[in-house]
Design a binder for this molecule. Structure first.
Ligand code: GDP
Length: 311
């Protein structure tokens, strides 16, 4: 189920609560059944869905009983409304919790003007790294920061040309090489050059592979050791589904990335896999990619995201 459909399904489940005349445990189970099957069909990890269901029930049931107990003395309609609000809030909060790694997760990274900060992008080939690098560069540039791009992808033929084209279109200075084959050397040269020129943000685009493999992780760690990024960002394809959890865990172990950008959430992505990656790696999503164009990047925040999804 794609993300927009998930939103519609969740919304109609919540509306069915509002329309229902009796709010009791049975009604709560019915709405949770719809919510949970919608989440599962969107590839949210089964254990997370189970946890969501249990947490909503644990939160709602005692209060629901209390409301029902009072119902004799209270106006029925008022008690009913209270119960409906309770269920709405509990489900909304748990949906937010799915995409929120919590207060003990690393804080969102905000580059500042006047000091050089290096961002390294990692992820599998095709996830959208190169596209996202330029989007991110443009985002920071529009906020007044001096930004440059470094292409450390020597694995994929045409990677440098792609970054060069994107960077030129976005008017972002870039560094790369057609002849140098060592990604560590290129990234270091690029970062050193832009550091010396006092750029605020240097974004390093690394190469991916079609699948996780030790060669990719070795290269990633070597680049990381060389350029010492202030932030490593995992770029995750929003359409990868259930594989997202294992993939993000493997990248977390190898690179200890501090933020996630989920791409392609405009298309037919189910998105649930990416949601599971947040929980699996305890790392915040900072942006989402919503198209192929330069400005198709949205800042991510859990509450507004869920509100918008529910429409
Ligand atoms: P890389 O191999 O990780 O560097 O991936 P690329 O940046 O080359 O992106 C792979 C494909 O995904 C390209 O066709 C991009 O235009 C496309 N792409 C990247 N981000 C998005 C996005 O947010 N939405 C859509 N629809 N396509 C995207």
């Amino acid at each position: 189920m794609v993300l927009q459909d998930l939103g519609r399904r969740l919304n109609s489940a919540l509306q069915s609560v509002s329309a229902s005349s009796t709010i009791d445990e049975q009604a709560l189970d019915a709405v949770l059944k719809t919510v949970c099957s919608a989440l599962l069909e969107s590839d949210v990890n089964v254990l997370l869905v189970k946890r969501t269901r249990e947490r909503v029930k644990r939160q709602v049931l005692p209060q629901l009983e209390e409301i029902q107990h009072k119902q004799g003395t209270d106006h029925d309609a008022m008690a009913g409304n209270k119960a409906k609000q309770l269920i709405h809030k509990a489900i909304f909060d748990e949906l937010v919790a799915l995409v929120d790694p919590g207060d003990d997760a690393p804080p969102a990274f905000n580059p500042v003007k006047g000091k050089t900060q290096v961002i390294m992008m990692v992820g599998l080939q095709g996830a959208g790294k190169t596209t996202t690098c330029t989007k991110l560069a443009t985002h920071y540039q529009r906020r007044g920061l001096k930004v440059a791009l470094v292409c450390a992808d020597t694995f994929r033929a045409g990677a440098f040309d792609q970054l060069k084209q994107n960077a030129t279109r976005a008017k972002v200075p870039f560094f790369g090489s057609y002849t140098e084959t060592d990604p560590v050397s290129i990234s270091l040269q690029g970062v050193n050059k832009f550091r010396a020129e006092r750029f605020d943000v240097i974004i390093v685009d690394t190469s991916g592979r079609h699948r996780q493999e030790s060669e990719l992780f070795d290269e990633m760690c070597q680049i990381q050791d060389a350029v010492e990024p202030d932030m490593t960002v995992l770029v995750l394809d929003g359409a990868i589904g259930q594989a997202a959890e294992a993939q993000s865990e493997a990248f977390k172990e190898a690179s200890n990335f501090g933020a996630i950008i989920v791409t392609k959430l405009d298309g037919h992505a189910k998105g649930g896999g990416a949601i599971s990656a947040v929980a699996a790696t305890h790392t915040p999503i900072i942006f989402i990619g919503t198209g192929e164009h330069l400005h198709d990047l949205e800042k991510f925040a859990p509450r507004p995201f869920i509100s918008k999804m529910l429409g």
